[in-house]
Structure formats: structure tokens, C-alpha cells
Design a protein around this ligand. Sequence first.
Ligand code: NAD
Ligand code: UGA
Length: 456
Amino acid sequence: MTKICCIGAGYVGGPTMAMIAKQCPDVQVNVVDINENRIAAWQTDELPIYEPGLLEVVQEARGRNLFFSTDVDQGIRDADIVFVSVNTPTKTFGEGAGCASDLQYWELCARRIKEVSTSDKIIVEKSTLPVRTAEAMERVLHAGDNPVHFEVLSNPEFLAEGTAIDDLHNPDRVLIGGHETETGRKAIQTLVEIYATWIPRERILTTNLWSSELSKLTANAFLAQRVSSINAISALCEATEADVAEVAHAIGTDSRIGPKFLKASIGFGGSCFKKDILNLVYLCETYGLKEPAEYWRQVVVMNEYQEKRFVTTMLHSMFNTIANKRIAVLGFAFKADTGDTRESPAIKVCRELAAEHATIVVSDPEAMENAKLEMPELADRIGFEEDPYKAAEGAHAVAVLTDWKLYKELDFRRIYDGMQKPAFLFDGRNMLDHDALFEMGFEVYSIGKGYKTHLK
Ligand code: NAD
Ligand code: UGA
């Protein structure tokens, strides 16, 4: 029986390992983490992350061939294959602060693997890492006179939160990078066989290590760049009465462009886009490539502009003062179908609103606990109310910041009746029926469609 250990039981480690365990009953999968609360939650039906369909997958395999534990050393020692899926956040100190990846958790894992291993192992980079990290890892793993052989592979994860189960079940591709040596090719083949249990072989791509590492950063940069591109156009739409949804549809039907990732929004959030682009910028700079670095940095600059522009529009349309006005924020997660609030644009919006002395009430169906932890410094300006109707009661404005489907289905007549007048609605996700809302009496602003007003 092949034994897998995954270090890191987070948004990636948990779901990916649960899917491998479900699909491969003859592979034993141990997920280990130093975070005791997380591991304890994985052992219950109150999973530590909200992800549609995940519980069913976990329940099918847990206790059969899927196990969660805090015993990292034992997990490593027993394994033939060790996935490392720990966090790789942006560095906040020293050289490269604000741009480079903080690789301390990764390196700690490499040192632990070297320390406790007594048999040869395949080490799989699942975390997103700067290109050529595997080289440094190999040096750490093979330092000294350890007789154990470690073969390092890169197998970046492309799942998106909210659709993780479908993405893992039916991925566009799986990418595996390894050395072009005999042991490298053998290790690649071992991992290919696992994925081939449920994924067609033509969708399992194999490359050299560096291409694989770099493809992950590049994929995220391209995706985020599409969002920034359409958001840049949304500003121009508002100035010219073009409609960004119509423009996106018109360009997206060109098969060379394609329809996905063209939804104008308040800006992209999530734990990875900004971090990975800044890491790409840092890498370019490290190799002396100033222009490519500046090119990619603009994707982040445009995102920050879009977030700021949204709050400025709110302020200007509400007569240049929102001090002590009640603003209901509907949606705090960085996207629908997740409770994750990391780098959510809602954080920036709430901070800017609070700086204008607004009174903010946040509502979200899944992200309330995380939202409460995000902005401790604004505690006296922010309240939390899970029921969106109660959040909007007595409000001067409602701002929709996450594209939760339930917001399309709200009784906006009821919301309007309970609000101060004029009642403002700011749709940061361009997802509501703006004509109907305007008819009801709302003042309506939507990204890339502009402002509809009854006021003279
Ligand atoms: P996460 O913070 O949710 O999980 C990481 C886990 O690793 C934490 O539970 C932490 O306790 C654990 N950990 C850290 N150091 C450890 C150590 N020394 N020993 C044992 N456990 C340790 O992070 P995540 O969102 O799962 O992301 C992990 C990696 O995957 C990152 O590199 C990220 O860029 C990448 N990624 C994330 C996503 C996503 O959707 N979140 C998608 C693709 C790739
Ligand atoms: C993204 C990628 O889609 C995954 O392939 C990748 O594995 C992952 O990053 C990662 O490396 O962490 P994720 O951040 O979970 O996944 O979610 P996305 O669906 O990509 O959305 C990111 C942000 O962009 C969200 O805030 C979303 O609302 C926004 N977005 C997305 C738009 O504003 N418009 C769009 O058209 C698409």
C-alpha cells in the first residue's frame, strides 16, 4: 500500500488529500498539521473550512484511508510520498518584504523531513513557490551525510475556493514537474499513476521542475490580469455609458479571448492572486528584468485603484459625507461559496468607510467568524449581523461586496422600506437587477454601468 503524508491541512492540503483518498482506496493518506484546532476540526463534521461538497468526500474516506493527525514526524516517517502544502505568504520583513515569498514554513518542513526520514521518499511541492525553490530544498534535504534519497517534484494546485471539489474531481489539467533523470522520471511516473486513477492521462502534463513551478505563478498572474483588464475597462464604461457586461460578452465570444474571468468587480481578493503576482514581480526584479516586473505590478496597482474607486464613488454619491451614516455591507468573503476572507476587497472597503467615520454593519452567510478577526482595530465602527434584512434596517446605503447567490434572491422591496431615504445601493459585483431596484426607488450604482439617480 502506497503511503502519502501531506504536511499542511489548510484550504489546499485538506481538500486535495480528501480527493486522493476518495479516489484511491488503496492509498493511505495521512494529513498532518501543527495546528491542533484545525486537525481536531477535520476529525468532526464541522470542517475547518467551508467548501461545497467537501464534507461528503471527507466522510467517504475518513477512517478508511484518510487520517488527520498532529504527529508530523510519524506521518513523514511512514510515508513514501510527502506532499508539502504549507502556507507561503508574502514576506513582511527584511529583503523582499512586501513582495517575496516567506519560505520559512517550507524550509522548516524540509528540515523536519530530512531529520526524521529513514527511507527514500518523493517530496512533492504542493504549495505555490518561487521558481527554483526545489533547488534550495534539495540542498537542505541532501545536506550532510544522510543516506536517504529524496526526489523532489513540483505539483502545483490549481483549485479555486468555492469550486474546489469539482476542480479536483475534473481538473483542466494536473501538472507534474520533475528532474529529467532516471530517478526523476520514476518519481513523476509514481505520481502520474495516482492521479490517473480518475483523471484522463492526456490531462496530466509532465514538465521539468522549473517550468512547473513557474507555470503556477504565471497561471495566477494571467487570471488576475484578466480581472484587472476588465476592471480598467469598467471605469471607462462608467465615463462613457458603455455597459461593461455587454463589452465583456462582446469580447468574450471571440474564441481567442474566451468568456471566463471577465466579470468586472470591486477587485480580486483571496490569499493567492496578489501574493503570487508580487512574487512574480520580485522574481523578475531578482533576475534584473525591470520592465516585466513593472508590467505585472500594474495588475495589482489596478486592483487597488478599483477598490478605492468604489469607496470614492460611494462617498461622492452620498453628498460627500458618510460620517455616522449606517452602511450595510452584504458579503465579506473574497468570493461566493467560501468562508475565506483573506485579502478580501471587503477589508479595504470597510477600512476606507471607517476612515470616513461611517458606521458599518457586516453580513455574510459563511464568513462572519473570519470577518470578525480581520479588522480588530475598527471594532468601535463595525457591527456584525448575519441576517441581511436586519443589517440593512435603518441603513443609508447597502453595499454588495460578495457575489453570494442569495443576494440575488433578497426581497429588496422589504430592504428599501426599512432604509433611510434616499436609499443607496452599491453593487460591487454587478449582479443585481439594477433597473428593478431603480424602479423601487433606490439610488443605484453598479461597477461598469454607472449611477442611476432620482435626485435632481
Ligand atoms: P493554509 O494557511 O490554509 O494552510 C497551511 C497549513 O499549513 C496551516 O494549517 C498551517 O498550520 C500548516 N503549517 C505551516 N507550517 C507547518 C509546519 N511546519 N508543519 C506542519 N504544518 C504546518 O494555506 P492554503 O490556503 O492551504 O495554501 C497552502 C499553499 O497552497 C500556499 O502556497 C498557497 O499559495 C497554495 N495554494 C492555495 C490555494 C487556495 O485556494 N487557498 C490554491 C492553490 C494553491
Ligand atoms: C485562484 C485561481 O482561480 C485558482 O486556479 C488558483 O489555484 C488559486 O487562485 C490559488 O492559487 O490560490 P481563488 O483565489 O480561490 O482561485 O478564486 P478565483 O475564482 O480565482 O477568484 C479570485 C478573485 O477574483 C475573487 O475575489 C473573485 O471574486 C475575483 N474575480 C474572479 C473577479 O472579480 N472577476 C472574475 O471574472 C473572476
